[in-house]
Design a protein around this ligand. Structure first.
Ligand SMILES: *Cc1c(COP(=O)(O)O)cnc(C)c1O
Length: 216
């Protein structure tokens, strides 16, 4: 619906159901309802859920959207098809090595921090100034496929301003990396705005699954 309102083809926006903190049965239910992609942010929970779902043989795309700890990379790559949260140079080599070891390239989004009040908060992504170098490093690795950018809109700025800035950065990235066509933007509270500014992937938790149990 958000896509139609923005004059876009609904097929051009992928819904990622953010299933973090919800049990595996919910993921099964969503898959039966036609959800094709799920998002998880904690390796410990995600890997157990993935194992629990294995016997069901449900074809799902797994997107890792949480902060990446280097010592978890091998584990994360056992189940992840796409990683949205590459936010620093130190992750590039270990991700490439783990992708090589599993024998399947990894699709990567670079997470960019668009909170002007807080560019130094590395957990929120790479700063716009450092984005281009990080994207180049990812794209230089044959085991990694640079698919685009991801952001989490900060509270301090209207979402429209954030997503407009993201869209401008994405355009510049595409001038050197034409395959980087994805924009992962939009959560329950701002998905319509994100779609208006070109999001290709929205990450929706609460609006599908209801209130989340607090992250432990
Ligand atoms: C939890 C989470 C979401 C989903 O948020 P909702 O507000 O529940 O839709 C999206 N993106 C990231 C990175 C998250 O951690």
């Amino acid at each position: 619906m958000a896509a139609r309102e923005a004059g876009r083809d609904p097929q051009s926006v992928t819904l990622i159901a953010v299933t973090k903190t919800f049990p595996a049965v919910d993921t099964v239910a969503l898959a039966r309802l036609g959800v094709t992609a799920v998002g998880e942010s904690r390796d410990q929970q995600a890997k157990l859920k993935f194992q629990e779902l294995q016997p069901h043989g449900i074809p799902l795309e797994w997107h890792f959207i949480g902060q990446i700890q280097r010592n978890k990379i091998t584990s994360i790559l056992r189940y992840s098809d796409v990683v949205h949260s590459v936010d620093r140079e130190q992750l590039v080599l270990p991700l490439a090595q783990a992708a090589a070891a599993r024998g399947r390239p990894l699709e990567v989004l670079v997470q960019v921090n668009l909170d002007p009040a807080n560019y130094s908060d590395a957990r929120a992504g790479v700063s716009p100034a450092e984005l281009f170098r990080l994207a180049d490093l990812v794209a230089a690795r044959p085991e990694l496929s640079l698919r685009g950018l991801m952001t989490v809109a900060p509270q301090s700025v209207p979402a429209a301003a954030t997503f407009e800035q993201l869209s401008g950065l994405a355009e510049r990235i595409r001038s050197t990396h034409p395959g980087a066509l994805w924009l992962s933007a939009g959560m329950s509270s701002d998905l319509e705005v994100a779609v208006r500014y070109g999001a290709t992937h929205v990450r929706i938790g609460g609006a599908i699954l209801g209130n989340r149990p607090r992250l432990g």
